[in-house]
Write a protein that binds this ligand. Sequence first.
Ligand code: GRF
Length: 188
Amino acid sequence: MKNIVIFASGAGSNARKIIDHFKGSDLARVTLILSNKADAGILKIAEREQIPAVLIDKELFFRGDTYVKLLQEAQADLIVLAGFLWKVPANLVQAFPGRIINIHPALLPKFGGKGMYGHFVHEAVLAAGEKESGITIHYVNEKYDEGAIILQERCAVSVDDTPETLARKVQVLEHTWFPVIVERLLTQ
Ligand code: GRF
């Protein structure tokens, strides 16, 4: 059985899809959840699902290898960032080469980088007059949103889209594809 570790700071809807996808699976389970926000929805989901959860200490996260050790002890096979906004420190990236992935709610390399998250992304896509948007699932390296792309899926942007309607279209793609890609990476 493989171990999936999820990092999330927000509502946790993607994390929940992944948890549900692997319930009853012979392949893998979500065995640990980390969050940097005490009030993140994901922590409530973890509690309900009885998945161990850790609130990340900022000082320790960016200095030393507390979290490298924690993830090694947890025998993490795949680390999934699902709405986690902090940059992953280099020591963590290096400890898990090719085993940390992220999802971004736009078609990278456009509309990525620091500060490009949530509604900011969708606002920027609309302001640029893009005809399509979508999702990017990619490996995590030391730079924000620049790791090798694993999958992109697209949706149309219509003239009457608002950041909210576009967010919903993109979220459908996220929920559909993220669990599938996690499974694919674990079986490769
Ligand atoms: C998603 O849109 C994801 O692409 C981005 O953060 C959002 C997380 O949403 N990185 P949720 O917390 O999974 O609902």
